[in-house]
Design a protein around this ligand. Structure first.
Ligand SMILES: [Zn+2]
Length: 73
Protein backbone atom coordinates (compact mmCIF):
# COMPACT_ATOMS: atom_id res chain seq x y z
CA UNK A 1 0.00 0.00 0.00
CA UNK A 2 1.34 3.44 -0.93
CA UNK A 3 2.43 5.65 1.92
CA UNK A 4 0.18 8.75 2.22
CA UNK A 5 1.78 11.99 1.02
CA UNK A 6 2.41 14.66 3.70
CA UNK A 7 0.53 17.88 2.87
CA UNK A 8 -0.46 21.25 4.31
CA UNK A 9 -4.24 21.63 4.65
CA UNK A 10 -6.56 24.63 4.34
CA UNK A 11 -10.17 24.72 5.59
CA UNK A 12 -12.45 27.68 4.79
CA UNK A 13 -9.40 29.63 3.59
CA UNK A 14 -7.39 29.12 6.77
CA UNK A 15 -4.35 26.94 7.32
CA UNK A 16 -5.16 23.94 9.51
CA UNK A 17 -2.96 23.48 12.56
CA UNK A 18 -3.26 20.44 14.78
CA UNK A 19 -5.56 21.02 17.76
CA UNK A 20 -3.23 19.03 20.01
CA UNK A 21 0.37 19.84 19.00
CA UNK A 22 0.00 22.83 16.59
CA UNK A 23 1.82 21.03 13.74
CA UNK A 24 0.89 21.90 10.14
CA UNK A 25 1.73 18.71 8.22
CA UNK A 26 -0.97 16.10 7.72
CA UNK A 27 -1.91 13.12 5.61
CA UNK A 28 -5.44 13.18 4.17
CA UNK A 29 -7.79 10.37 3.26
CA UNK A 30 -11.50 9.96 2.67
CA UNK A 31 -13.36 7.58 4.95
CA UNK A 32 -16.89 6.16 4.88
CA UNK A 33 -19.15 6.83 7.85
CA UNK A 34 -21.71 4.05 8.31
CA UNK A 35 -24.78 6.30 8.54
CA UNK A 36 -27.28 3.91 6.94
CA UNK A 37 -26.66 1.07 9.39
CA UNK A 38 -25.21 -1.15 6.66
CA UNK A 39 -21.72 -1.13 5.18
CA UNK A 40 -21.15 -1.15 1.40
CA UNK A 41 -24.65 0.02 0.51
CA UNK A 42 -23.75 3.26 -1.28
CA UNK A 43 -26.04 5.18 1.09
CA UNK A 44 -23.37 6.07 3.64
CA UNK A 45 -21.76 9.49 4.10
CA UNK A 46 -18.12 10.30 3.38
CA UNK A 47 -15.73 12.41 5.46
CA UNK A 48 -12.26 13.74 4.82
CA UNK A 49 -9.80 13.06 7.63
CA UNK A 50 -6.57 15.01 8.14
CA UNK A 51 -4.20 12.98 10.33
CA UNK A 52 -1.52 14.99 12.11
CA UNK A 53 1.93 13.85 10.99
CA UNK A 54 3.41 14.61 14.42
CA UNK A 55 0.95 13.30 17.03
CA UNK A 56 -1.61 11.35 14.97
CA UNK A 57 -4.68 13.31 16.05
CA UNK A 58 -7.54 12.87 13.53
CA UNK A 59 -9.39 15.97 12.30
CA UNK A 60 -12.65 15.08 10.51
CA UNK A 61 -14.48 17.28 7.97
CA UNK A 62 -17.38 17.01 5.55
CA UNK A 63 -16.05 15.50 2.31
CA UNK A 64 -14.76 18.18 -0.05
CA UNK A 65 -14.06 20.80 2.66
CA UNK A 66 -10.27 20.42 2.58
CA UNK A 67 -7.74 21.97 0.22
CA UNK A 68 -4.27 20.44 0.25
CA UNK A 69 -0.89 21.87 -0.73
CA UNK A 70 2.33 19.88 -1.09
CA UNK A 71 4.94 20.24 1.64
CA UNK A 72 7.94 22.10 0.20
CA UNK A 73 11.43 20.61 0.39
ZN1 LIG B 1 -0.67 16.89 16.28
Amino acid sequence: MARPTPVHVEVAGRALRCLVCDADVFTVRTITLITSGLANTGFNKQADVATCGTCGHLHQFVAGALVTRPVQG
